[in-house]
Design a protein around this ligand. Structure first.
Ligand code: DC
Length: 222
């Protein structure tokens, strides 16, 4: 493969995007960029600074002194906010619960979209999120829209949270995921939606390896 491609992987929460995107980036020796981690990092900082989460002006002010950086690691990436390691802190149920509200604010979307476009400018990147194929990288050569049923996604999040030592209720997770989908799909700016030229991959009954193989086949045809 001569050209270093832009690969966009979008889809709802817990559809398997980050696991799959990491493996594809590693196979191709590309950069992996988890854009959800950026929205989570802003949410973590806003909660810490007690910024009202839907106050766009206050969030713009917060963003002006927030430096979010990724340090590539063997198993993914370390996330830093103003040099502080927040890799674990941005994955708590509290951040998950509030991130959709922050991600709906225009100043946050504009700042993070610009940052993501800068990261992808030379290609050789697998970027996962909600609006990569539609807004961030509309000219990406490969666009995948990854989905799975709400039940299956809640179960995956449940297992992940348990492994991290969080006590969670499966039923509650299911309704939180459904609510997050609704918020992500219905927001005014860059809602979660499948790009017209994206390929739909349903992961409900597929293993991670099967999904990775399927996407690698699509990439090889480019
Ligand atoms: O993929 P995730 O669960 O870590 O994403 C966290 C939130 O960030 C999710 O609720 C929607 C938002 N998000 C977004 O709006 N746009 C992106 N490109 C990535 C994530």
């Amino acid at each position: 493969m001569r050209t270093r491609l832009q690969i966009a992987i979008d889809g709802p929460a817990s559809a398997g995007k980050s696991t799959v995107a990491k493996q594809i980036a590693s196979q191709l020796n590309y950069i992996y960029c988890d854009t959800g981690a950026m929205y989570r990092a802003v949410t973590w900082a806003a909660l810490k600074e007690k910024v009202v989460l839907d106050d766009d002006a206050a969030l713009a002010q917060l963003l002006s002194h927030l430096e979010i950086s990724f340090v590539p690691q063997k198993a993914g990436q370390q996330v830093l906010v103003n040099q502080e390691d927040v890799t674990q802190a941005i994955r708590t149920p509290t951040v998950s619960k509030h991130v959709s509200t922050v991600a709906a604010q225009i100043s946050v979307r504009e700042a993070l979209t610009a940052k993501q476009q800068r990261l992808a400018v030379n290609g050789g990147i697998v970027m996962d999120g909600r609006d990569i194929g539609t807004t961030v990288l509309p000219n990406a050569q490969v666009k995948i829209f990854l989905v799975a049923s709400v039940k299956e996604r809640a179960l995956r999040r449940y297992r992940e949270d348990l492994a991290k030592g969080f006590k969670v209720d499966l039923q509650q997770l299911e309704s939180e995921i459904a609510l997050r989908d609704k918020k992500d799909e219905s927001r005014a700016i860059s809602p979660l939606t499948q790009a017209e030229d994206a390929i739909l991959v349903d992961t409900t009954s597929l293993s991670i390896n099967q999904v990775v193989d399927k996407i690698m086949e699509i990439i090889k045809k480019k």
